[in-house]
Design a protein around this ligand. Structure first.
Ligand SMILES: [Zn+2]
Length: 361
């Protein structure tokens, strides 16, 4: 059995005084005067900032209605953006750069296009040499073959200048490559300047050098042995030297690796060291950012998200790193990533070893 009860009388929500466009404009004008003293540069360009400002001025709850200034909903009923609404009142408001994805994107493209320190060109990375028509090359090896340079018995007989077939410049004798032909006991000026020679040979044609060095060692066994015997710790010293370099440049190498893995961006160690000095060992990870910096990245990201624009979060972080204080922890105060984890792992391993040896005993 159900008992009839009187219907609960709903309290009707009061109607907002800002239902018409004229009323909204009036309210905005009032807000501009009271909250921002008619200062155009202070006016908020987006609704979240506007909402926060009027809420601070006239805090309301649930069922209450705004009396002083129009709520964002009422403004948006008549205008597309907050900027348009301010324009209707007579203010020119510039969009907040944080919300302008075109600007963020421009900064990213600038970042991508920024000049980088050149890596040393070598091996397959070396730029292709421009072929010289007049130079004769071997069909099998592609190397320059004898160009008919005069062979002379003493250095004084060599010509005072020569033509380099690679850069096609005539250069003085000191700048040209001169070879000593041992068997014949003759000298010959090669058709190549020292600069072109060094540019091409550095890290190049290793195979040929390796075979040559092997042959040289086989031929000069005594001399080769003396090199090794004179330095009993040759291997050890080399290993130590490499380890020292790795430790000295450790954080720069980490930065270099992060950029390579995350952005496929190849930078030289020298440039990585500059980034280390400027931004600290955590660049470009979020570990080096303050809470404020992380918020800033989020803000940039949320304004870019809806547009599905081509960017990566790591790039946004790089922009924030460039902005510096107060978004970035100073380089010397940055926590060193993974160091505490490595320490912990070392403790665990030591503990395991100890318990294993106790069991064995
Ligand atoms: Zn040259």
């Amino acid at each position: 059995m159900t008992t009839l009860q009187p219907p609960v009388r709903k309290r009707r929500k009061l109607l907002s005084p800002f239902r018409t466009k004229d009323k909204v404009l009036e309210g905005l004008r009032a807000a501009a005067v009271t909250i921002w003293q008619n200062n155009e540069t202070l006016l908020p360009a987006g609704t979240p900032a506007y909402q926060a400002a009027i809420m601070a001025h006239e805090p309301i709850t649930g069922n209450q209605v705004r009396r002083l200034f129009p709520a964002p909903t009422h403004v948006m009923a008549h205008f597309k953006t907050m900027i348009d609404a301010w324009a209707a009142v007579g203010f020119t408001v510039v969009a907040n750069p944080d919300t302008d994805s075109a600007r963020i994107l421009k900064r990213i493209t600038d970042l991508r296009a920024a000049p980088r320190l050149p890596n040393r060109t070598r091996g397959s990375q070396a730029p292709p040499l421009t072929p010289v028509k007049t130079a004769k090359r071997s069909a099998t090896t592609g190397r320059l073959i004898g160009q008919g340079g005069a062979r002379v018995s003493s250095l004084t007989e060599l010509p005072t200048e020569g033509l380099c077939l690679l850069c096609e410049l005539t250069k003085p004798l000191e700048e040209m490559v001169v070879v000593h032909l041992r068997k014949e006991r003759l000298y010959q000026m090669r058709p190549r300047c020292k600069k072109c020679h060094n540019d091409r040979e550095r890290g190049h044609r290793r195979e040929w050098k390796r075979n040559y060095q092997r042959a040289w060692r086989a031929k000069h066994k005594k001399l080769d042995k003396s090199y090794r015997d004179n330095d009993p710790n040759l291997k050890q010293n080399t290993r130590e030297r490499m380890a020292r370099r790795f430790n000295e440049k450790h954080y720069a190498l980490l930065i270099q690796g992060r950029l390579r893995r995350r952005l496929n961006l190849h930078i030289s160690t020298a440039e990585a060291e500059k980034l280390l000095d400027r931004f600290g060992p955590c660049y470009p990870s979020q570990i080096g950012l303050t809470d404020e910096g992380r918020k800033r990245v989020e803000r940039l990201r949320s304004s870019m998200r809806s547009k599905q624009l081509p960017y990566k979060t790591v790039e946004l972080r790089m922009l924030v790193y460039e902005e510096g204080s107060p978004f970035v922890i100073p380089p010397e105060a940055q926590p060193l990533p993974y160091q505490s984890a490595a320490d912990k792992l070392r403790l665990v391993q030591a503990e395991r070893r100890r318990s294993a040896s106790q069991k064995a005993a």
